[in-house]
Design a protein around this ligand. Structure first.
Ligand code: NPW
Ligand code: ADP
Length: 314
C-alpha cells in the first residue's frame, strides 16, 4: 500500500470517468471523522436506550448467517438484540450465544414495533441467510419493508427477493415517509437489484452504487475489494481499507450486523454504513495480523472488532 492509500489519511475527492456515466467518487473518511461517530454509551444508559436491534435472519438452510449477523450486532453495541429466525434455526442460534433473545420468525410483527424515538433508538436487519428459492420469505420481507417504522437494512437473499417492481415501490414509499433503508449487496446481488429496477447492471461499481441508491431511494454499500457507499446525492464514497482475508463466506453477514447495530444506536444511515464498513475492514486487518491472511474466518471479525475500534482512536 502506498502512503496515499494509508487508511485514515485525508485524500482528495476526484471525478472519475465511469462506464457510460460520471459520478463523483469521494475518498474514504479519516480515522478522526469515523472515531467521532462511535456511539459510546452514556453513563446513565440502559439496554433500551442503547438501541434495540431486531434481526429477521437465518432460514433453515442457513442458521449460520443468523448467528454471525446477530453476534456482530450485539458486539457492535446494540443494547437489546432480538433474533427472529426459522423454527429449525432457533436451537443453533440460542446455543451459539445465550445473550441473544431468539424467537420464531412467525411471531415477527413489524407493525407492532413502536415508532422509533430519539431516546429509544431501534433498527431492523433482514435477509442474512434467507434462501431466495423459498418464495414464502417474500411476504415476510415485503411486510417488513412496508411496515417497519425505523431504519431497515436489507442483505443477503432478501436482496434477490426485493429486486422487482413491488420491492422498488415499497422502498420508495419508505423514503417518502422519511424511513431510511440501507442495502448491502455483493456484486451478484447488485446485478439482480439493477435488473429489478431497470438499471444498467454493467455500470462500473461507483456508478452502479449511485444508480441503485437513486432507484431504491436507499443508502447502498456495494461490497467488494473496494466498497462504494452511495446515497441519492450522486456521489460514492470509496472504502478501501479492506483485505483479501475478508474474502470468505459469512463476512457479509457480519458486516450487516455491524451496520444494523450502528443504525439501532441512532447513527444516521450513511454514517452508519461508512463506520460499519470501516470497522469491518479494520477488524479484518487486525485478524489477519494475528492469524495470517489465510486463516481469518467470519467469526474472527467479531472477535477483532475491539481492535478495529482502537485502530480508529486518535
Ligand atoms: N454460514 C452461512 O449460513 C452463510 C450464509 N450465507 C447466506 O447465503 C445466502 C446466499 O448468499 P450467497 O452470496 O452465498 O449466494 P447468492 O447471492 O445466491 O449467489 C451467489 C452468486 O452471485 C454471483 N456473484 C457475482 N458477484 C459476486 C460477488 N462479488 N460475491 C458473491 N457472489 C457474486 C456468483 O455468480 P457467478 O458469478 O458465479 O455466476 C455467485 O455464484 C444469503 O442469504 C447469505 O446471507 C452466506 O452469507 C454465506 C455464509
Ligand atoms: N478481496 C477483498 N478485499 C477486501 N474486502 C473483500 C474482498 N473480498 C470480499 N471482501 C469483503 O468481504 C465481504 C463479503 O461479503 P459477501 O460477499 O456478502 O459475503 P457472504 O455473503 O458470504 O457473507 C464484503 O464486506 C466485501 O467487501
Amino acid at each position: 500500500m502506498n502512503a496515499e492509500n494509508t487508511p485514515g489519511r485525508p485524500r482528495a475527492e476526484m471525478t472519475a470517468p465511469m462506464h457510460r456515466e460520471t459520478v463523483r467518487v469521494r475518498p474514504g473518511r479519516t480515522n478522526a471523522e469515523l472515531a467521532a461517530l462511535v456511539p459510546h454509551p452514556a453513563a446513565d444508559a440502559n439496554k433500551y436506550t442503547r438501541g434495540h436491534l431486531s434481526l429477521v435472519v437465518g432460514s433453515a438452510a442457513y442458521p449460520g448467517a443468523a448467528c454471525l449477523a446477530s453476534a456482530a450486532g450485539e458486539r457492535a453495541g446494540a443494547g437489546y438484540t432480538e433474533v427472529f429466525c426459522a423454527g429449525k434455526s432457533m436451537i443453533t442460534v440460542r446455543g451459539w450465544r445465550p445473550s441473544l433473545v431468539v424467537r420464531d420468525w412467525h411471531t415477527w410483527k413489524p407493525e407492532r414495533i413502536a415508532a422509533v424515538r430519539a431516546d429509544r433508538p431501534a433498527a431492523c436487519v433482514i435477509g442474512c441467510g434467507f434462501d431466495a428459492e423459498e418464495r414464502a420469505l417474500t411476504s415476510l420481507l415485503m411486510e417488513t419493508v412496508r411496515a417497519y417504522p425505523g431504519p431497515l437494512l436489507i442483505d443477503g437473499g432478501a436482496l434477490t427477493l426485493l429486486a422487482n417492481a413491488t420491492g422498488l415501490r415499497l422502498c420508495r414509499r419508505r423514503a417518502e415517509a422519511g424511513l431510511p433503508t440501507v442495502l448491502t449487496p455483493h456484486g451478484g446481488e447488485a446485478a439482480r437489484l439493477a435488473r429489478g429496477a431497470q438499471v444498467d447492471e454493467t455500470l462500473e461499481p461507483p456508478a452502479l452504487a449511485c444508480a441503485l441508491a437513486d432507484a431504491y431511494r436507499a443508502v447502498v454499500a456495494l461490497k467488494g475489494p473496494t466498497t462504494f457507499i452511495a446515497s441519492s446525492d450522486g456521489a460514492a464514497e470509496a472504502m478501501d481499507r479492506g483485505t483479501a482475508a475478508l474474502a470468505k463466506a459469512g463476512t457479509g453477514d457480519v458486516l450487516a450486523g455491524f451496520i444494523g447495530s450502528l443504525l439501532a444506536q441512532g447513527i444516521a444511515p450513511r454514517d452508519a454504513a461508512a463506520l460499519g464498513c470501516a470497522l469491518h475492514a479494520e477488524a479484518g486487518r487486525a485478524a489477519a495480523d494475528a492469524l495470517t491472511d489465510i486463516c481469518v474466518s467470519a467469526e474472527d471479525l467479531i472477535t477483532y472488532l475491539p481492535a478495529a475500534l482502537r485502530a480508529l482512536e486518535p
